[in-house]
Design a protein. Structure first.
Length: 223
């Protein structure tokens, strides 16, 4: 079975790594160590984007530990929905944001959001796309699912690690290969050119920025 095939097994494999143990070290290992030394995009770059775009009517998908949300000054009356397939991530993030009382949703982002839910002013999908199985055209269907749940003038934003295989140091290249082989990442063919082409074919108001191996993106709906 190829790791980039979209199967139930591969979808679960990409998120199953987020055990309770990993979540305890995630902020240090991924957001401090890996981002700084392997992916060459300091977490502050992603945080700055979050601070700029997060609204008081927000959905966060692929929540991790909720690191970036914890850095926001969210008011108690913020409407916050957390979406993930991994119960460990949802509960970890929920515990860290109890003052907001977020709503939790267990959902596969490659499926349409079929339940009736009020639309959002902002949606974030951070470090999620590169963990999903399938080709970029298959995976980026999630952009359609999420932009359909945005209010006019709303923003969908986030970040993804690209497979810039010919760049970076030895350890970054080695780590990328290991993660793809194990199914933790499925970004073997996720180039900037392919990503930009897909976004440009579907949206007119967007911004892409590449820092190291990471692409930051913002997509806005018409107001």
């Amino acid at each position: 079975m190829k790791t980039n095939e979209i199967t139930t097994e591969n979808i679960k494999k990409g998120q199953a790594v987020y055990s309770k143990l990993l979540l305890h070290i995630y902020d240090f290992y991924v957001l401090k160590l890996s981002n700084t030394y392997f992916w060459k995009c300091r977490s502050k770059n992603i945080l700055d984007m979050f601070l700029k775009n997060t609204s008081s009517n927000h959905l966060d998908a692929g929540v991790g530990t909720g690191y970036f949300l914890k850095k926001q000054s969210l008011a108690k009356n913020t409407r916050l929905v957390l979406m993930d397939l991994n119960a460990n991530s949802l509960h970890s993030c929920n515990n860290a944001l109890k003052n907001i009382s977020p709503q939790l949703m267990v959902h596969n982002v490659l499926d349409p959001i079929s339940i009736s839910i009020d639309k959002f002013d902002s949606i974030s999908i951070n470090y999620l796309l590169h963990c999903l199985p399938g080709t970029l055209p298959q995976k980026t269907i999630l952009f359609k699912h999420f932009t359909e749940k945005l209010n006019p003038g709303g923003v969908l934003f986030g970040s993804t690690i690209l497979n810039t295989a010919n760049q970076g140091n030895y350890f970054a290249k080695k780590l990328m290969k290991i993660y793809n082989r194990k199914g933790i990442f499925s970004n073997h063919h996720d180039s900037y050119e392919a990503f930009e082409s897909i976004i440009a074919s579907k949206y007119t108001d967007y911004k892409l920025e590449v820092i190291g191996h990471v692409c930051l993106f913002e997509i806005r709906t018409n107001s």
